[in-house]
Design a protein around this ligand. Sequence first.
Ligand SMILES: [Zn+2]
Ligand SMILES: [Zn+2]
Ligand SMILES: [Zn+2]
Ligand SMILES: [Zn+2]
Length: 684
Amino acid sequence: MPEVIDCDECDGLGFRVRRCVCVQGGDQLIVDGGSCADQAYADCRVCGGDGSVVEPCGRCGRAGRRRAQLVVTVVNLDTGAAASRRLLPGHLDPPAGAESIMRARDIVTELAGAVGVRGLRPSWGQCALDDAVYWLPRQWRTDLPARQRLALEAEALAQQEHVPWRVYVGRGTEAPPPPEPGRELARLCELADLLHLDLVVEARRQHDGAVWAIRYELPGGRMPLDPRAYARDLPSAVAATTFREALRGLDERGRAAPAHTVRPVGAATVRPVRAAGVPPRVDLDRLGRAVLADLADDAPGAQAVWRDGRWWHTPLRPAGSVEKLHERDTGQIVRYVRQRVRRAVEPPDPAWWGEPVAHRPCPDCRPGTRLRRCHCRLGAPGPDPQCSRCSGAGFAPSGLACFTCRDGGRIPAALTVTVTDLRRVRHEAWRPVAGEPAPVVGYQPNGTPVHQLGPHWRLAHHAAGFGVRPADLSRLDDDLPVDQDLLNGTVTVHDPVVEPARQHVERVGAGLPGARLFVLAATPAAPPLTDLLRLAHALDLAAVLTYCDHRLDAGDPTKVQGERWDLRLAARDAPIGVESPFCASVELAVARCVEYLDIHLLAAVPREPDRPVPAPQAAPSPPMADPTALLRRVGRHYAGQPVLVSFDRAGCRLWLAERGEVQPLARAATLDDAVSALRFPGGE
Ligand SMILES: [Zn+2]
Ligand SMILES: [Zn+2]
Ligand SMILES: [Zn+2]
Ligand SMILES: [Zn+2]
């Protein structure tokens, strides 16, 4: 059975010879981004001027062989039942007709029926129903000699080997219908009003048509050079743009935006979403037509900007070009020229703009150059005259963004902090006042004092107002948890001359778009932990939950506070390693596990191409008990050390992480039994 075939990319050798990248630009130091000269660069750092390089084959991961086997699995989360179909050469039933593409839909529908799934939940994994599972080449026919036919089928399966195991998760109930695009856009407008942002609907001319994009911007920001736009019309742009998608990259787009406070200034406000202004649904036809009308007469693009509760329309105009230089591994400098655009008509200043926020230039970079603060100045009073990178100048060229200002070039004197649960909002000005009390509450290991600012500087205080825990506060624009210094208003004061509050504002504010910090106050949208345990059971994997209780460090501003969690799915026989858990709540750990489900699944497939892909079958199983309370009890006993529990079809195992290794603690059918076996004093 040809379930493993030689890799065609490297002829089974595991490595291959390819043309070096330097040949694109030819034998010169500075090359054009779009050129293809097919001539080696004599001083090339990669190929030494040869024009060819030998590299491990990426397609087969140096194995020289590829697996000709795929598995599709459907799980019913409500019952824990799973069914799988293994696709092997000679065991395919490709669809009839000229198109010999097998779509996931056909296989999934059959498996879903077997396990009683009536609606898939698309947020679990990246697999879609319209994905091609494999496609057979034109030469393939049912009446070919078996050998030839199987070889073609094996090749078709091996082509898809990068996703060897496709898992679809569903429930016994219908999935909710996809939201209506007109309503979705109205919701994005409503959030723009709530958060005081612009919502930009943009069409850019491309070949003979237009590509559409929807995104949030700060008023007065620079037009992005390469907007991510793929949608061919407005409704598909809306369908492809979630709220998070629209926010993505806001910090970069808003870096040059003027910073203003949000009115009303000073007095903090909590108010519900304004009902007026935003219609319940946007008429996409009308909006789309209006934008396209502006695209007439050769404009490179056109926009509709939602600001202050209405749409403002403008064509875009060319605004010169910018040159971007970028260094290749070959040692060559690649030059790209990009066209800038600007709005023909700028909408009036937003009504929420308060006064401008003062700022000072960043001391750690030189705008418009690649000069950044040299490493020799870190933790030293001045540059090192002997430094090999800067010869004592204190600045050295760097390919990275400025660590202090993230290339914004400005350090603001005040911030606007916007906390929201996406229904309510609170805008607050953070402005240092001279002489503010900020007692020392701890010391860094090198002796630098850590101060704590007054309660209104501590983001943790906002959590209760939104009915969440401090651990539930995250950065709205990048999805990362709010750091501990922001939560608790603690500042490591490197420069005793500058007041702690000012250092805090400058550290937080540098690099923020328009000196604005956006914080989401909401529990992560995660299913119950027990759903993940059930999924692991259905897929015959292990669910490994890690917990660490940091109570012994309570109150020390330089140490992690509270508790930390991690959850991952892995092959049952995979070695258990010590992962430092970093999620501040079990809900966040579960949400992350669902988000990265595909990566966990891929890791659970054996690397060796001759070992089979998992193809689990499972009968309905009883629901599992939530293990968090018991694991917290174990973690409390071993405070400061991560404890791990793994659940699989064989039962439950408990470990303790000690000095970088895991020590087995107990093994039993259930966590309850495992914990009882530990015989903690005063067992509850
Ligand atoms: Zn080269
Ligand atoms: Zn290969
Ligand atoms: Zn230096
Ligand atoms: Zn800087």
